[in-house]
Unconditional design. Structure first.
Length: 226
């Protein structure tokens, strides 16, 4: 982020609107997210989730590498001639909790629940992969889609992936990740730690999509408390 005040340029806003348009039918991803939510798996046990991710990436023409830290996997998408590369990362594991929700896609694995939103993270990264794999997608270089096991409970799935050669096999100039927090705010940080971030409250204007993101305020005094 360039500074306490960032303004997305017009080209970025246009790009965001194009991305939004490409998801005119995003019911598919709603279905994927609900399916993963209904079948939560603990860290290093994300076999079903990993299978779904691998199958979808493969269907979209993305090269798939499995078995990194057990259930972890990486999708590789190359385009153009640039040698630069980035990583986009999501975590896949659930928590050992009983889900009390009664909606149709509540957990079917008693004592397991996607209470931290990793079902959403996994689906968002799948959606990004789908979008970027579309013909006409504009990037030059390599994108590594990193699906990490075992973020919860101190199991350190990311550390295990790195120990097993994640960045030796899939070098990244930068890695981007997010953690959802459904209160209508967006946070961003240059930090290497997800918990050390700055909050941004988009100033909503006329419509959903790019417009609310046109101006992002990041007051340095408002830091996430954990
Ligand atoms: Zn989480």
């Amino acid at each position: 982020m360039a500074g306490p005040e960032c303004v997305l340029r017009r080209s970025c806003a246009t790009e965001l609107m194009n991305i939004a348009d490409s998801f005119a039918d995003f019911s598919r991803f709603v279905g994927i997210r609900r399916d993963i939510h209904a079948h939560p798996e603990l860290g290093f046990e994300e076999h079903r989730t990993s299978d779904i991710v691998a199958r979808l990436l493969g269907e979209w023409g993305i090269e798939v590498h499995r078995g990194i830290a057990g259930t972890g996997l990486v999708g590789v998408l190359r385009q153009g001639s640039s040698t630069r590369s980035i990583g986009l990362r999501a975590d896949m594991d659930a928590l050992p909790l009983h889900e009390a929700n009664q909606f149709a896609h509540r957990s079917t694995n008693d004592g397991r629940m996607h209470a931290c939103g990793h079902d959403g993270h996994t689906t968002m990264l799948l959606a990004a992969a789908w979008h970027l794999a579309q013909k006409g997608s504009r990037f030059d270089g390599t994108i590594h889609f990193i699906f990490q096991p075992a973020e919860e409970m101190g199991k350190a799935g990311a550390k295990k992936m790195i120990e097993e050669g994640l960045f030796d096999r899939f070098p990244c100039d930068a890695v981007f990740a997010l953690h959802n927090f459904p209160v209508g705010e967006v946070a961003a940080s240059r930090s290497t730690r997800a918990r050390s971030w700055r909050r941004a409250t988009p100033t909503a204007s006329r419509c959903a999509g790019a417009a609310p993101m046109r101006r992002c305020r990041t007051p340095a005094s408002t830091r996430w408390p954990r």
